[in-house]
Design a protein around this ligand. Structure first.
Ligand SMILES: Cc1ccnc(S(N)(=O)=O)n1
Ligand SMILES: [Zn+2]
Length: 261
């Protein structure tokens, strides 16, 4: 029997469609973005996040990523503007990263793969709940932030990385409170936007992607910390949690718009 989906040769992105047919859809993510094909849209509004630090709840290693979960039981931490209509509730953030600094992001920009990509997942409360939002084309909005390795560690990433020691193995969860993720945003608000899917199974095509053009910088030590997470449980052999990224998918005629020239 095919094991649960993952990123290994026997359960990785090339085989997801066997159990999750949407993985072969026409609006899949991530994609490669080529600036020559991007259309500047002057009608695109700026986006705004108003997050309540008190909404942060826990941080978890689910064996596939490191995830911070927020209280989304009311409009407490919301994202507005940009290509969106209405307020989308922040539900969780997580990351995708590589086994070395030269790859790890899911979206690829003009051939550039970043060391990691952070996703802030929001859903549209007009659809009642998250499960309902997954079935709608305007159900979910994900802000993507690229992480590049440099000399200056992003101090705001420290909070997440300090918790890594408490969630080393699969299934480990720790309290994670008083955290406003908007401190992770880069200076520039410039973004690309297009319609796509979750980059993990079942790969529902319900996402308005908002990808920030300016990467944030992290240090080699910070990346090493992320790579010290284990895919396996505490009583199993250490299996480094790295390369949890899906490769770019066919664009199939979709247009990527830019908020900037
Ligand atoms: C909440 C969620 C589930 C699966 N995949 C994603 S992602 N990587 O598209 O942001 N987010
Ligand atoms: Zn993601």
């Amino acid at each position: 029997a095919q094991s649960v989906w993952g990123y290994d040769s026997d359960n990785g992105p090339e085989r997801w469609h066997e159990n999750y047919p949407m993985a072969k859809g026409d609006k899949q993510s991530p994609i490669e973005i080529n600036s020559k094909d991007v259309r500047h849209d002057s009608s695109l509004a700026p986006w705004h996040a108003s997050y309540d630090p008190g909404a942060a709840k826990t941080i978890l290693n689910n064996g596939r990523t490191c995830r911070v979960v927020f209280d989304d039981s009311f409009d407490r931490s919301v994202l507005r503007g940009g290509p969106l209509t209405g307020a989308y509730r922040l539900r969780q953030l997580h990351l995708h990263w590589g086994s070395s600094d030269d790859h790890g992001s899911e979206h690829v920009i003009d051939g550039v793969k970043y060391a990691a990509e952070l996703h802030m997942v929001h859903w549209n409360p007009k659809h009642g709940n998250f499960a309902g939002a997954l079935k709608q084309p305007d159900g979910v909005a994900v802000v993507g932030i690229f992480l590049k390795v440099g000399k200056t560690p992003k101090p705001e990433m420290k909070r997440i990385l300090e918790e890594i020691d408490n969630i080393k193995t699969k299934g480990k969860e720790a309290p994670f409170q008083h955290f406003d993720p908007s401190i992770l945003f880069p200076k520039s608000r410039d973004y690309w936007t297009y319609h796509g899917s979750f980059t993990t199974p079942p790969c529902e095509e319900c996402i308005t992607w908002i990808l920030l053009r300016e990467p944030i910088e992290v240090s080699p030590d910070q990346m090493a910390k992320l790579r010290s997470l284990s895919k396996s449980g505490e009583n199993e052999a250490m299996n480094p949690l790295v390369d949890n990224w899906r490769p770019p998918q066919p664009v199939k005629g979709r247009v990527v718009r830019a908020s900037f020239k």
